[in-house]
Each structure stands twice: as structure tokens, then as C-alpha cells.
Write a protein that binds this ligand. Structure first.
Ligand code: ASC
Length: 150
């Protein structure tokens, strides 16, 4: 029984550490990976944001599922901003990402924290809570884009 518990914990730890361990064969793959992750995140976020703004009817099930996906996918892009992944394909990523890594990581963490709050708000189905969380999340996207995206 103890062996089984250890196995389950080990496989859970392995699953959770996959994003941080992501390796890329070439810089181009890393660039595509982060762009695609950010695209999937944005599409899911935008679906909830449209409901928050009244551009789409509130569907609490869709909002909760979309926010869940956005929050999970928000963990993925960062492993693809490593050393040597600054050039190799068309990218809007500024050199400052690599020269001011601490600030970039701080913004990345803040965005993930806001996505987690949005995920929690969407689960409640309360439109006012969703609106507030969408605004905070959107602000965290913009802060990082203003500094680090050309
Ligand atoms: C989006 C999107 C962003 C953010 C940003 C917030 O849906 O694609 O980059 O929200 O516009 O200001």
C-alpha cells in the first residue's frame, strides 16, 4: 500500500514538473511552443472576457471550462523563454526578456496568479466576480506586453 502511494505521488510529481522540464530541439520549436501556448490561453481567456463585457451571453459552464484551460495553459509558455530561445523564428519577444529576466518572471507570475483568480471566479458563476477578475487579468497581460512585446 505504501509502495502504491509512493508510485502515485511520484507519477503526480512527474506530471506536474513537465512544463518546467520542457526541452526543445531548436530555438524555433521553443518560439512556436510559447506562441501556441499563449494563443490557446488567449482564445480561452477572450471567450470569458467576451461574456464579462456583455459581447456574449454568460454561459457559466463554458466560462468555467475556458478559465480552467486558460489557467492551466498560463503555466506553459515560460519554459520556452530560456537561454538561446530569443531568436530563430518570427517573434515579438523583446531582448529585454533575457536582459531583465527578474522583471519578466515577476510579470509572468502575476499573470498566472490573476488567471488562477479568474478560474476561481468563473467557478462561482458570479458575473461581477468574473468581470473583476477579467479586468485584473487583462491588466496583467498588458503590463507585460507594454514592457516586453514589440
Ligand atoms: C486579450 C489579449 C491580450 C489581452 C490584452 C489586455 O484578450 O489578446 O493581449 O487581452 O489586450 O489589455
Amino acid at each position: 500500500m505504501k509502495k502504491l502511494a509512493t508510485l502515485i505521488l511520484a507519477s503526480a510529481a512527474a506530471t506536474l514538473s513537465v512544463p518546467a522540464m520542457a526541452q526543445f530541439a531548436k530555438a524555433e520549436d521553443a518560439i512556436k511552443y510559447r506562441q501556441n501556448a499563449l494563443f490557446v490561453m488567449q482564445q480561452n481567456f477572450a471567450r470569458v472576457a467576451a461574456m464579462a463585457a456583455g459581447r456574449a451571453p454568460l454561459d457559466t459552464k463554458v466560462a468555467a471550462e475556458s478559465a480552467e484551460v486558460a489557467a492551466f495553459v498560463s503555466k506553459l509558455p515560460w519554459a520556452a523563454f530560456g537561454e538561446g530561445m530569443d531568436k530563430g523564428a518570427a517573434t515579438k519577444a523583446k531582448a529585454e526578456i533575457w536582459s531583465d529576466k527578474a522583471k519578466f518572471n515577476d510579470y509572468a507570475e502575476k499573470m498566472q496568479a490573476e488567471m488562477n483568480k479568474l478560474n476561481a471566479a468563473a467557478k462561482t458563476g458570479n458575473l461581477d466576480s468574473i468581470k473583476a477578475a477579467v479586468n485584473a487579468t487583462s491588466g496583467s497581460c498588458k503590463t507585460c506586453h507594454d514592457a516586453f512585446r514589440s
